[in-house]
Design a protein around this ligand. Structure first.
Ligand SMILES: Cc1cc2nc3c(=O)[nH]c(=O)nc-3n(C[C@H](O)[C@H](O)[C@H](O)COP(=O)(O)OP(=O)(O)OC[C@H]3O[C@@H](n4cnc5c(N)ncnc54)[C@H](O)[C@@H]3O)c2cc1C
Length: 467
């Protein structure tokens, strides 16, 4: 349940206008919640607008999520794909950045409510994104982390590289094999990228690094519930992506649903047949649901949501009955263009951010904009070192050409110039050497190996506790 508005905190964050010279008229106050793709591109589009703009995020950095899998697999460091929001927006004199978590909104009083204060607005853009969905099995999260934040990526990186370390020291062949079995759940872009990268690690990066195990014998299993991976792409590209994964040693199991995940492994089912996969390392890439602010918005404004909890926005991205509140990006469900919701991808969030910003400026001039429309620039996903699939309307590419386009596009969109240069250098080096220099295991490692006389369950839970 959302926090109650009546429980208002003592602090009201100073109005941005209070920094203005005395006597100057109050400007239109725009508040953006979330400095991800949607929020940041809305903010950038308002750089020349005659407004007081406040960007609020619970993190002090913008995260380039499409490259998170590189952090999770030791290819890049977190800082390579993050840019401090203050640095990105420092030249925008009409903009201030606040570090804070929004927990509620008061649409009749035009205020957003943080854990430690309130911020007034005239126009509000909400872009708080999405989180993982375990389809009612929240207990799986501990065993099978999803990839959404820097912390998730560091945790997954730790689990992957720790598994090889544990296998190196494990005398029992059955347990060794479970350490060397990696299960990725979900055949969408994130699952495919993760499985491909783990395949690279096992077959190339770590090939000569161990003495008692052969990392290339590791099993990487990608489990997908429907009959093909990358369902957002043409079937021919799904097929090519599957073949590319198989070349990297990934077993792709289609039509299999996960029914249980515990310390010892993953159980999948197809029809009535259940299969148990002993595995110590599971990555979740199967489900996405709207961020918790969706519940708050529903409660406060009566707006409807789709099954994933995304807000059903009006054709101008506002909330019905609240023309000054816009919801964009992964939190929004916009189906006015094709009858189907637009996909939860960065270009949609960016273009919605730009649109909401332009609409606010137009309205200040007493004008309107036509309803929002998304111009599809195509989609792409990468599979390992030099393979990808890309689709733009009827044009379909795979292999090297698709990978080069993928590389170019991702570098273009990395927010800060420093990051682009760093990432390009890092990538070039990794590409030539097949190295992954950021494969750090951070935090406590504890006891990796079970005592030979210890019951398997006990040994497993002990090893689990070390993660
Ligand atoms: C692993 C992964 C890989 C992806 N790969 C691709 C890809 O290859 N191509 C592609 O186009 N898209 C990709 N996406 C999807 C893309 O990243 C999202 O569609 C995009 O980030 C959505 O933008 P957004 O602004 O809606 O949300 P986000 O970018 O998620 O930003 C949300 C922001 O809101 C902040 N926030 C959340 N709640 C609060 C709160 N209560 N108070 C204050 N701040 C808050 C968060 O800290 C965050 O900064 C990927 C996503 C993931 C997770």
């Amino acid at each position: 349940m959302p926090a109650r508005i009546t429980n208002e905190r003592a602090t009201t964050w100073p109005d941005a206008h209070q920094n203005a010279r005395p006597g100057t008229p109050q400007k239109h106050r725009v508040v953006i919640v979330g400095g991800g793709f949607g929020g940041l591109y809305a903010a950038k589009s308002l750089r020349r607008a005659d407004v007081d703009l406040t960007v609020i995020d619970r993190r002090n950095f913008h995260l380039f999520q499409p490259l998170l899998y590189q952090v999770a697999t030791g290819g890049l460091s977190p800082a390579d794909i993050s840019s401090p929001l203050r640095a990105v927006l420092k030249r925008q004199k009409n903009t201030r950045v606040l570090l804070g978590e929004v927990v509620d909104i008061d649409p009749s009083g035009n205020k957003v409510i943080l854990t430690d204060g309130t911020v007034p607005y005239d126009s509000l853009i909400i872009a708080t994104g999405a989180s993982h969905d375990y389809f009612g099995n929240a207990e799986w999260e501990e065993r099978a982390p999803g990839l959404k934040t820097v912390e998730d990526a560091i945790e997954i990186r730790k689990r992957i590289f720790l598994a090889f370390e544990a296998a190196e020291r494990e005398p029992d062949p059955v347990r060794k094999s479970a350490w060397l079995t990696f299960v990725v759940v979900g055949g969408g872009p994130t699952g495919v990228e993760m499985a491909g990268a783990i395949g690279e690690i096992a077959h190339h990066t770590l090939r000569h690094d161990f003495r008692s195990i052969d990392p290339s014998l590791a099993r990487i299993i990608l489990v997908e519930g429907v009959d093909r991976i990358l369902t957002g792409y043409a079937p021919s590209l799904s097929h090519k992506a599957k073949r590319s994964l198989e070349r990297l040693g990934v077993e792709v199991r289609l039509g299999q649903f996960v029914t249980s995940i515990d310390a010892s492994g993953v159980t999948t089912a197809a029809n009535d047949d259940e299969v148990f996969i002993p595995s110590r390392t599971v990555v979740w890439g199967a489900g996405v649901k709207a961020s918790p602010l969706s519940d708050v918005l529903t409660e406060r404004t009566g707006v409807e949501t789709d099954r994933a909890g995304r807000i059903l926005v009006a054709p101008d991205l506002s909330i019905p009955s609240y023309p000054n509140i816009f919801v964009i990006g992964d939190l929004a469900s916009f189906s006015h263009q094709t009858g189907q919701p637009l996909p939860g991808v960065a270009p949609v969030a960016m273009s919605q951010g730009r649109y909401a910003a332009r609409l606010i400026v137009k309205r200040l001039k007493g004008r309107e904009l036509p309803p929002y429309r998304y111009f599809d620039k195509g989609t792409m996903a990468t599979i390992g070192r030099a393979a990808a699939v890309a689709q733009y309307r009827s044009i379909k590419l795979s292999g090297w050409p698709a990978w080069l386009i993928w590389l170019f596009v991702h570098l273009m969109y990395l927010v800060e110039f420093d990051n682009r240069l760093l990432v390009l250098t890092q990538w070039a080096w990794n590409y030539i050497t097949r190295n992954r220099g950021a494969r750090l295991i951070t935090g406590k490692t504890g006891t990796l190996v079970s005592a030979t006389n210890q019951p398997a369950d006990e040994a497993q839970s002990e090893a689990e506790a070390t993660r």
